[in-house]
Design a protein. Structure first.
Length: 282
């Protein structure tokens, strides 16, 4: 039975459960449930603190897990990312009082407050910057005002909380994070049960990204039309009863669907969006 770690709370928990449900797996009904078995799919789910998941997976006690890239790196666990999932995106940045720091070089000899000392320490080491890192569990924006640190490193979304604290970001992002599937470093990449799990999640990602488009066009315009709708592999093309016409079916990115329909109209094709893709197996 495949043993999978899933976040039990926080911004990762809800979207992870929804994706697993879309992939055909049974999920818990009560937040108090810490373990459930899905006998149909031969899977056992363990609901754990997001920060602990990489540790459990690296120990080999669990086969794979869903956590944040930031939490994986911060843990320094012997685990590795095998599939990005596209939700819970965040950016890590340095911030300080305006005018006090502009580049990484300005961090030398300074004290940095963060809830992610593993990420920050690794980044500083890679950049050859000698600075002190202080761990705080939350509200790192106040660290500078209270004299605990001169710089902070934290998740930045809109930047509103930083501006409210009189701080501004500087330098390049430390990390771009999102939810990821992880496994123990060195684990068998071809394990069939793991590959099946990944295929299901990849199918959900495709279904969320693409819609199906059908259109008719004249044969002489087919190459132009197919260039607009190449699909994932290639579109399906079928002859129509009316000579000189073909029917084309292709998956197109949902965000670009309306623009593609306009472009097809310009070359004389008649297009409709037939459906969202509810299930796709790669």
């Amino acid at each position: 039975m495949l043993r999978i770690a899933v976040p039990n709370k926080g911004s990762l928990s809800g979207p992870a459960g929804e994706m697993l449900h879309e992939a055909g797996y049974r999920q818990r009904r009560e937040s108090k449930e810490l373990r459930i078995v899905d006998p149909v799919n031969d899977v056992e789910f363990f609901y754990l603190r997001p920060r602990d998941i990489a540790i459990y997976v690296s120990s080999g006690r669990l086969d794979i897990g869903v956590t944040g890239r930031d939490l994986l790196v911060d843990s320094a666990a012997e685990a590795e990312e095998i599939l990005p999932l596209g939700f819970a995106r965040s950016t890590f940045r340095f911030a300080a009082k305006p005018g006090t720091a502009h580049t990484l070089e300005d961090l030398k000899g300074r004290t940095i407050a963060t809830s992610y000392e593993g990420i920050v320490g690794k980044h500083l080491a890679e950049q050859g910057i000698d600075a002190s890192v202080v761990h705080l569990d939350g509200a790192v924006e106040t660290a500078i005002e209270l004299g605990v640190a001169e710089v902070i490193a934290d998740v930045v979304e809109t930047g509103t909380s930083l501006r409210n604290a009189g701080l501004e970001v500087f330098g390049d992002p430390i990390m771009q994070s999102e939810a990821v599937v992880i496994r123990r470093t060195g684990a068998d990449a071809a394990e069939p049960r793991v590959q099946q799990f990944l295929r299901r999640l990849q199918g959900v990602l495709v279904a969320r990204t693409y819609v199906m488009m059908d259109y008719d066009c004249r044969v002489e315009q087919l190459e132009k039309a197919v260039a607009l709708t190449p699909g994932l592999e290639s579109p399906t093309v079928s002859p129509l009863h009316n000579e000189g016409w073909v029917a084309v079916r292709a998956m197109v990115p949902a965000k670009e669907a309306q623009r593609i329909m306009d472009d097809l109209y310009d070359i004389g094709a008649r297009a409709i969006l037939t459906t969202a893709i509810h299930a796709c197996r790669l």
